[in-house]
Design a protein around this ligand. Structure first.
Ligand SMILES: Cc1cc2nc3c(=O)[nH]c(=O)nc-3n(C[C@H](O)[C@H](O)[C@H](O)COP(=O)(O)O)c2cc1C
Length: 333
């Protein structure tokens, strides 16, 4: 008899742990494309926000020609609560009809109370879980950067307490997605073409505080490490920023992802594994490009990985199978 595999409170039927992360699927067309891949067991949808978002002007996504990173200021384009009111159930049903599971990522750009109607929508849609995007660093409105919950444990505490109060025993499995928890997160950092590393330090004290908050809520079934590294300006050979123009983002900065953040995301996953209750799964995200980078996360105790940049660079759902095949063939036998 097959043993039941559970990832972040969600049972899956095949042992395939490479998932499309948040930032890929925003509508039924995207979801159908991901579902063409037979290996994928759990896919992320969203992030979705209370109000619809049209995305930022100018160049919003850049792929390093040497393959070391991506930077984006996509700004969480999505249809908002109103737009998904009728369509989310259809999307969830479609994913289920393909024998897969769906976790919907929700994000608040302004107030912690935004999470309540979004979580209600996700629960009513029949989705298998909800990922709280506590790490989105890329949302600028009117040039103002909103508070990032990951860097503010009391904000996380308030938001999670509110959810507990409103949903109580009817809570679906919750995944918490964290920023890359670095010291001085809002400092503008410059990355040039050809750079393979970025010099940041992880904030272990903050990780301690964040994990204490998370450990208090037994409805949290997984923690995802990590989102992108925010406030990054990538410049070409002539010193020209690759993102923008965008009058709301005078620094022309965005969120850095891909191989360049991988070692930090893995280290954060490792530290969080030590700090979090063992019942809470850790899921890796950040620079997963092949079997080896998947294994880097699995070796520090994650139960699976999410992939985003590699999908956008190759623009093909087959990459999840290729990464999985490399991992299972070469790192698990
Ligand atoms: C184009 C793009 C859009 C993204 N949008 C979201 C999002 O809406 N919500 C979210 O939680 N993370 C979002 N992310 C972050 C990814 O889910 C992931 O955490 C991060 O990019 C690290 O993984 P990677 O190196 O495989 O890209 C986005 C990333 C990219 C590159």
């Amino acid at each position: 008899m097959k043993t039941k595999i559970i990832i972040g409170g969600i049972p899956i039927s095949e042992d395939f742990r490479v998932m499309p992360g948040a930032g890929i699927a925003k509508n039924l067309v995207d979801v159908k494309r991901l579902c063409e891949n037979e290996d994928i067991q759990i896919l992320l949808f969203g992030s979705i926000t209370l109000l619809s978002r049209t995305g930022n002007p100018g160049n919003i996504f850049f792929v390093d020609p040497f393959g070391n990173y991506t930077v984006n200021s996509v700004g969480m384009t999505n249809s908002g609560l109103g737009g998904y009111q009728h369509t989310l159930k259809e999307i969830v049903n479609y994913v289920h009809s393909k024998g897969k599971k769906i976790v919907v990522s929700i994000a608040s750009v302004d107030h912690v109370k935004d999470y309540i109607p979004l979580l209600a929508l996700v629960a009513q849609s029949g989705a298998d879980g909800c990922e709280l995007n506590y790490g989105c660093p890329n949302v600028l409105d009117g040039g103002k950067q909103h508070a990032i919950a990951s860097f503010n444990p009391p904000v996380m505490q308030t938001s999670l307490s509110l959810m507990k109060e409103k949903f109580g025993m009817f809570m679906i499995p919750i995944w918490v997605k964290l920023s890359l928890l670095v010291i001085v997160p809002n400092a503008l950092r410059i990355v040039n073409h050809g750079d393979t590393t970025i010099d940041v330090k992880l904030d272990v004290e903050l990780m301690n505080k964040v994990s204490k908050v998370i450990n208090d809520f037994d409805f949290i079934k997984a923690v995802v490490c990590t989102n992108t590294l925010g406030s990054i300006r990538v410049q070409d050979e002539g010193g020209k920023p690759v993102l923008g123009p965008n009058p709301d983002n005078p620094n022309l900065s965005g969120g850095l992802a891909g191989l360049i953040i991988h070692k930090y995301s893995v280290e954060q996953a490792r530290l969080m594994r030590h700090l979090l209750n063992k019942e809470i799964d850790i899921i890796g995200a950040g620079g997963v490009i092949n079997g080896q980078t998947t294994d880097d996360f699995m070796k520090v105790g994650t139960v699976g990985v999410q992939v985003v940049s590699t999908y956008w660079v190759k623009n093909n759902p087959v990459i999840f199978s290729e990464i999985g095949a490399d991992y299972y063939e070469n790192y698990t036998k």
